[in-house]
Design a protein around this ligand. Structure first.
Ligand code: SF4
Length: 251
């Protein structure tokens, strides 16, 4: 091979290398940084501002359902569907007075559970789910509540909202709990636009709220929804901590 042809081969190799390096960069770029639109960026900034304002307004937040063991939160969250947390906190006292352990509750008849949980409404289906859920915890999870979102979703009566609540409150994992307060408030605030379906709201919020803030942010929305941005009366915008940045959609 002549020195000229050697040179040409080297140049070709370099060009190929450059091309593949460029391809790799493009690939990495597109894999790492999906394009964020201006509107999304604005929403992210609004979300961060709201997270911080609510944090100042409600520094200490926690789940309003009372529990001292993870499986009891599973019971309470099922009972809380279409019922107030305050009533659930009273009813579970009667339930645990009669069935103090998970094993005892797993062995209780559905009819007995229903008789106790009836004041929470939807008695038959709630009793059925609680009974089946306790049995599965006993038989398949060694009495432990699984610390895995997908495994939680497989438990009777546990939907995304409940699974997120357990992941966040019990296991300290990132969570977005889309209850009625959350859905009402994030629409009014302008973080989502006319989205009512809980899973869609959850997915939209995952893109806006820093994961480590999600769980407390949702607890704060509950507090704010009860005290200021109320559902049954006109919201008290004049005393709201995000008065100047809220979009007030539908208000
Ligand atoms: S400004 Fe009004 S609508 Fe917006 S969050 Fe506050 S109370 Fe709700």
């Amino acid at each position: 091979m002549t020195s000229e042809s050697l040179k040409t081969t080297d140049t070709n190799k370099k060009t190929e290398k450059k091309k593949s390096a460029k391809k790799e960069t493009v690939k990495k770029k597109s894999g790492k940084k999906p394009r964020v639109t201006k509107a999304e960026k604005e929403k992210q900034q609004l979300a961060l501002a709201i997270v911080n304002r609510l944090k100042e307004a409600y520094p200490d937040v926690d789940c309003t359902l009372e529990y001292d063991q993870a499986w009891k939160l599973l019971v309470s969250v099922r009972l809380a569907a279409q019922c107030t947390d305050a009533r659930v906190n009273v009813v579970v006292q009667d339930l645990y007075a009669k069935y103090p352990t998970q094993a005892a509750l797993a062995e209780a008849s559905v009819e007995d559970i229903e008789a106790i949980v009836r004041p929470c409404g939807l008695g038959p289906s709630k009793a059925r789910d609680i009974s089946a859920c306790m049995k599965i915890l006993q038989e398949e999870h060694g009495g432990q509540v699984p610390d895995n979102f997908d495994a939680l979703l497989k438990l009777p009566g546990v939907g995304r909202k409940s699974a997120n609540l357990i992941m966040g409150d019990v296991f300290g994992q990132p969570a977005i709990v889309t209850d009625t307060h959350c859905i009402r408030l994030v629409n009014r605030m302008g973080l989502v636009d006319g989205i009512k379906e809980p899973k869609k709201v959850e997915m939209a919020l995952w893109n806006l709220i820093p994961p480590e803030e999600g769980n407390d942010f949702c607890h704060r929305l509950v507090e704010h929804g009860r005290a200021v941005c109320t559902a049954r009366t006109k919201p008290y915008c004049e005393k709201c901590c995000i008065n100047d940045i809220c979009k007030r959609n539908g208000i």
